[in-house]
Design a protein around this ligand. Structure first.
Ligand code: ATP
Ligand code: MG
Length: 879
C-alpha cells in the first residue's frame, strides 16, 4: 500500500467524491452561522444543517467537504488516547435527498479499499441493531461476512438530537493490531481502547422524531458521513497515533526540540507534548477564523486552550513565550488546505503572543496570592489549603491546580482536592443551567414543548373573523401558567380560533382577545407541533385565566389586505405559467398585508415585456371579478380538478382546493378573497434572481398599489420642482439639462487641455536631440492622467517623430506619460521601460507598451529629476 500524506489524502477524498457527482465545498468557518446550539463547528455536517432541513437550497444535492472541527468535549482525552484531538479535520460526503444507504456504503468501501488500498481484512463495519437494510447492504452488496458486521445499540449507532431528523448510522473500524489493544479478553470492535479505531461514520438520516419518541419516515432522506482525516492518515501511514501523521509529527518534533525532550522517554512528558501539539493547532485555526481570547463563549474556549498549551509548555521546561513560534509550524503544515492561515499569519502570531504573555503574568499574580495563603495557613496552623481557595485560584486567576499542588507540596502543605472537585462541579452545573436548551436546528427550546401534546386547536377563520372559545392553555414566556395578568407577555391557546397562524407563506393574523376580566393584544399567531395554535402577545387590561370563554377578534383590514395578496399570488402563478411556460413551479412564497413575494423556477431574467404581459393578465382576471371557490376533497379528487400541487409540501388526507373561475386551481390552506374583483389592482414592483434557476417577483395589490402610485407621484413632483418645471414637461426639461451638461463637459475638456498647454509653455524650446531622435521631456502641472495623455497625443502630431515624456503634479500626486513614435521605436526607444526607469524618482511604479506607457507616483519633489533622467535612459535605449 502506498503511504499518503495528510494533504494528499484530503485531496484524494474530495476528488473521489467529485468523481461521484459531488460538489466540493470549502471548509466552513469554525464559527457557526445562525446556530446557537454550538459554540464551535464540530463536524462536517454542522454547517450544512439548513440544507438537511430544507431551509436552504444546497448548491447541489451531493456535496463533499473537508471541514475543520473543534471538539472541546474531547479535551480530557487529548494526549491520552491515540485518536482524539481538540482540533481535527473531518472529511465528509453528503446527500440532500439524493442517494442513500447503498451508494454511501459502497463508496466509503471503494474509497478505503480501492482508492487508498486499505486491507479489507482489517476493516469492520458496524450497524444499528435494527438496521437490517444496512446489514444486508454490507453483507450482500459489499460481501462482508455476517460475523464481521457488528450490531450496536442507540448510544453508538443512532444519531439523534432532540426532535427533528435522525437516523441510524454505520461506522467503519480499522483493526490496528493486537499491539494497540487493551489485552482484555472481551476486546473487540467497539472497545474503547485504541486497537479498533473508528475511522468513518455514515449517518443515514431517515426518520423524523416528533419530540415524543414517535418516528416517521422522512420524505427527504439524507446522507451525512464523517471521517477524521488525521485518523485516516494514522491508519494509512501505519503509525501509533494521530500525533504521528506527517503534518502533526512535524509539529510534535518542534515541541520536543523546544523543550529539549525526547519523545517516548516518559509518559508524563509525552502527554504534555501531545497536548501542546494539539492545542496550538486548535488555537491557530480558531484565531484564523476571527475568534479572540475572552472570558466567555468561544473566546473562553480559545483562552483555555492557549493557557493549557502554555501551561504544559512550562511543565516541559520551555521558557518564555513559545506559542507563536510553534504556530509557524502549524501554518507551514496546513496552509495547503487552509490558505487563510498564511493570509492572517501576523494577526494569529500577535494574538497568541499577547495572550501567552498575559497568562505568564497571571501565573506570577497567582504565585503572589498563593504565598499570602501560605502565610495565613501557617498562622492558623493549617496544613491543607481549602478546596474553595484552590478553586478560586484556578477559576478567577487561571492558576492551575497542579501548579498549586506542586508549589504547596514543596513546603509541606497539601490541597483539599475533593473540595476542589466539588467547587468545580457546582460551577459546571451553574454554567449548564445558564445554557439554553436547543432543538435540532439549534433554535432555543421553547416553553411550548411543555404543553400537553393532546391539546389541539381547530381553525374556524376561513369564513369568520370573530369567534368565542374556551381557553385551554396559557403560557408566559418561560412556563405554562394558570393566569396572565396586565402587562404580562405570553401565549393563549383556545379550542377553536379564527386567527390564521403563519403557514404556507401566509403571515399570521393579529387582533384582540377579550376575556370576562381582561383583554389581550395578539401580536403574532403561531402554528406549533401537534396542531396547536398559539396567540402570542400581551395582556393590555385585567387578567385572563385558563377556562375563561374568550372572544377572539381578528384585525379585519390586515386580514383583508393579506387575502388580496394571497389570492393575487395564485393568479400570478397561473399567469407566469401561461406567459413563461409550464416549467414554472412555485419555489416559495410570502404574503402579508403589505405585499406579496413569489419565488418560482425559471432560468433567465424575465424581459420587461414578459413582466408587463404577466401583470396585465393578472389585472384582467381581477377585472373579470371571478368567484373564488374553496372545497375540501381527497388528494385523488383534487388531482382530477387539475389542481397545481405545491412543490415539496406534504398534504393530509383531505386537501383544500382553491379555484378562481376557470383560470386558477390550486391546493392551498390559506385565506382568500371571495371574488377576484376585490383585489382591485395588481402591480409588480420587482423581478430578480434568488438562486440558480429561481426568480423572485415582488408585487402589490389593492391599497398597496394606490400607495405605490402616490409615492411615485410625489417623487415626480419633487423632481419637477428641482428641475424648475412642471411634471408634464419633465422629460423635455431633463433632456435639455442633459444636453447642456454634455456641452459644458466638452467645453471644460478643451479648457483643461488649453490650460495644460499653457502650463507647458513654448514646447519647441524644450525639444532636445538624443542620438538623432527628438526628445520632448517636460513638466506640466495640474493635469490629470487623461489630460496628460491627450496632451501627449497633440504634441506627437507637432513633433512628427520622436519620444515624448510628460510629468505633472496634481493634488499632491504625480502623473507620468511617455510615448514613442514608430521611427523612434525602430531605433530602440521603449516607452514602457523608459517610464519604469523614471517612475522610481517620483516614488511610483508603472510601465506599458513600447509605444505608450503611464505611471503614477507619490513624490512630486522628484519630478525634476525624473524629467532630466528621461534623456539618460533614452540614450541607453538607443545605443
Ligand atoms: P470516538 O468515539 O472515537 O470519539 P465519535 O463517535 O465521537 O468518535 P463521530 O462523531 O462519529 O466520532 O465523528 C466522525 C469521525 O470524526 C470519526 O469517525 C473520527 O474519524 C473523527 N473524529 C471524531 N472525534 C475526533 C477527535 N476528537 N479527533 C480526531 N478525529 C475525530
Ligand atoms: Mg467522540
Amino acid at each position: 500500500m502506498k503511504i499518503y500524506g495528510v494533504n494528499e489524502l484530503r485531496r484524494m477524498f474530495l476528488e473521489f467524491f467529485e468523481s461521484k457527482g459531488h460538489l466540493a465545498m470549502k471548509s466552513f468557518s469554525l464559527v457557526p452561522h445562525n446556530d446557537n446550539s454550538l459554540l464551535l463547528i464540530n463536524s462536517g455536517m454542522a454547517p450544512l444543517k439548513p440544507y438537511f432541513t430544507g431551509q436552504e437550497i444546497p448548491p447541489r444535492k451531493r456535496v463533499t467537504t473537508c471541514q475543520k472541527c473543534i471538539r472541546t468535549g474531547d479535551i480530557d482525552n487529548i494526549g491520552k488516547t491515540a485518536r482524539h484531538g481538540t482540533f481535527f479535520e473531518m472529511l465528509g460526503n453528503f446527500s440532500f435527498g439524493d442517494y442513500f444507504k447503498s451508494e454511501a456504503i459502497a463508496w466509503s468501501w471503494e474509497f478505503l479499499t480501492e482508492v487508498i488500498g486499505l486491507d479489507k481484512e482489517r476493516l469492520y463495519p458496524s450497524v444499528y441493531l435494527d438496521d437490517d437494510e444496512a446489514f444486508r447492504i454490507w453483507n450482500e452488496e459489499i460481501g462482508i461476512a455476517k460475523e464481521r458486521i457488528f450490531r450496536f445499540g442507540k448510544a453508538d449507532n443512532f444519531w439523534e438530537h432532540g426532535s427533528g431528523p435522525c437516523g441510524p448510522c454505520s461506522e467503519i473500524y480499522y483493526d490496528r493490531g493486537e499491539s494497540f489493544g487493551c489485552g482484555k479478553p472481551e476486546c473487540t470492535v467497539g472497545c474503547d481502547c485504541d486497537r479498533y479505531m473508528e475511522v468513518w461514520n455514515n449517518v443515514f438520516t431517515q426518520f423524523d422524531n416528533d419530540g415524543h419518541g414517535n418516528y416517521t419516515e422522512l420524505e427527504q432522506k439524507n446522507i451525512d458521513t464523517g471521517m477524521g482525516l488525521e485518523r485516516l492518515a494514522a491508519v494509512v501511514q501505519d503509525v501509533d497515533s494521530i500525533f504521528d501523521v506527517d503534518t502533526v509529527l512535524a509539529l510534535r518534533n518542534r515541541v520536543c526540540e523546544m523543550a529539549g525532550k525526547e519523545y517516548k522517554k516518559e509518559y508524563k512528558w509525552d502527554v504534555s507534548i501531545r497536548i501542546v501539539t494539539d492545542h496550538i493547532r486548535s488555537a491557530s485555526f480558531m484565531i484564523s477564523d476571527g475568534i479572540m481570547p475572552a472570558n466567555e463563549g468561544r473566546g473562553y474556549v480559545l483562552r483555555r486552550i492557549i493557557r493549557r498549551a502554555a501551561r504544559h509548555g512550562r511543565l516541559l521546561g520551555i521558557e518564555g513565550a513559545f506559542l507563536a513560534d510553534l504556530c509557524a509550524t502549524v501554518i507551514e503544515g496546513s496552509k495547503d488546505g487552509y490558505p487563510e492561515l498564511e493570509e492572517k499569519r501576523d494577526f494569529i502570531l500577535n494574538v497568541l503572543t499577547q495572550e501567552e504573555t498575559k497568562f505568564n503574568k497571571t501565573i506570577d499574580l497567582g504565585l503572589g496570592i498563593l504565598s499570602d495563603l501560605e502565610e495565613e495557613m501557617q498562622k492558623e496552623g493549617k496544613t491543607q489549603l481549602s478546596g474553595e481557595d484552590a478553586f478560586r485560584l484556578h477559576d478567577t486567576y487561571g492558576f492551575p491546580l497542579d501548579l498549586t499542588r506542586e508549589i504547596l507540596g514543596e513546603k509541606g502543605f497539601s490541597v483539599d482536592e475533593e473540595g476542589f472537585q466539588k467547587a468545580m462541579k457546582e460551577q459546571k452545573e451553574k454554567a449548564r443551567g445558564a445554557r439554553k436548551e436547543t432543538n435540532y436546528m439549534g433554535a432555543d427550546a421553547t416553553v411550548y414543548e411543555e404543553i400537553d401534546p393532546g391539546i389541539t386547536t381547530v381553525f374556524v377563520g376561513y369564513d369568520r373573523l370573530s369567534h368565542k372559545s374556551p381557553v385551554t392553555v396559557l403560557t408566559t414566556e418561560t412556563e405554562v401558567a394558570s393566569a396572565l395578568t396586565e402587562g404580562e407577555t405570553g401565549a393563549i391557546f383556545v379550542e377553536e380560533t379564527p386567527f390564521y397562524a403563519t403557514m404556507g407563506g401566509q403571515s399570521a393574523d393579529t387582533g384582540i382577545i377579550t376575556a370576562p376580566e381582561g383583554e389581550f393584544a395578539v401580536k403574532d399567531t403561531i402554528k406549533l407541533l401537534g396542531g396547536k395554535v398559539g396567540h402570542v402577545g400581551i395582556v393590555t387590561r385585567g387578567m385572563i385565566k385558563t377556562g375563561d370563554t374568550v372572544l377572539l377578534c381578528v384585525n379585519e383590514t390586515q386580514r383583508s389586505d393579506t387575502c388580496k395578496n394571497h389570492s393575487a399570488t395564485h393568479l400570478l402563478q397561473k399567469a407566469l405559467r401561461t406567459v413563461l411556460g409550464t416549467h414554472v413551479e412555485q419555489a416559495g412564497s410570502f404574503v402579508n398585508g403589505d405585499r406579496l413575494r413569489f419565488d418560482f423556477s425559471h432560468f433567465s431574467a424575465m424581459t420587461a415585456e414578459e413582466i408587463a404581459r404577466t401583470e396585465q393578465m393578472v389585472n384582467e382576471q381581477i377585472a373579470q371579478a371571478l368567484p373564488v371557490v374553496t372545497q375540501e376533497m381527497t388528494v385523488a379528487e383534487a388531482k382530477k380538478t387539475g389542481a397545481m400541487a405545491l412543490f415539496g409540501e406534504k398534504y393530509g388526507e383531505l386537501v383544500r382546493v382553491v379555484q378562481m373561475g376557470d383560470f386558477s386551481t390550486e391546493l392551498c390552506g390559506g385565506t382568500h378573497v371571495a371574488n377576484t374583483g376585490m383585489i382591485a389592482a395588481f402591480k409588480i414592483i420587482s423581478e430578480s434572481g434568488v438562486a440558480a434557476g429561481v426568480r423572485r417577483i415582488e408585487a402589490l395589490t389593492g391599497n398597496g398599489v394606490l400607495a405605490y402610485y402616490k409615492g411615485l407621484e410625489e417623487t415626480i413632483a419633487r423632481l419637477a420642482k428641482t428641475l424648475k418645471t412642471n411634471p408634464g414637461n419633465l422629460t423635455e426639461r431633463a433632456e435639455h439639462v442633459m444636453a447642456e451638461l454634455k456641452s459644458l463637459q466638452g467645453e471644460n475638456e478643451s479648457l483643461k487641455s488649453k490650460a495644460a498647454k499653457d502650463a507647458l509653455g513654448d514646447i519647441m524650446d524644450k525639444i532636445t536631440q538624443v542620438r538623432g531622435i527628438n526628445l520632448l521631456a517636460a513638466r506640466a502641472d495640474g493635469v490629470d492622467m487623461n489630460g496628460l495623455r491627450e496632451l501627449c497625443d497633440q504634441l506627437k502630431d507637432k513633433l512628427s517623430d520622436g519620444v515624448i515624456v510628460l510629468a505633472s503634479e496634481k493634488d499632491g500626486k504625480v502623473n507620468l506619460v511617455a510615448m514613442a513614435s514608430e521611427a523612434a521605436m525602430q531605433k530602440g526607444a521603449h516607452a514602457g521601460n523608459l517610464i519604469k526607469g523614471i517612475a522610481a524618482f517620483v516614488g511610483g511604479g508603472g510601465g506599458g507598451r513600447p509605444n505608450m506607457a503611464q505611471a503614477g507616483g507619490k513624490n512630486p519633489a522628484g519630478i525634476a529629476k525624473a524629467v532630466a533622467e528621461a534623456a539618460v535612459i533614452l540614450e541607453g535605449q538607443l545605443s
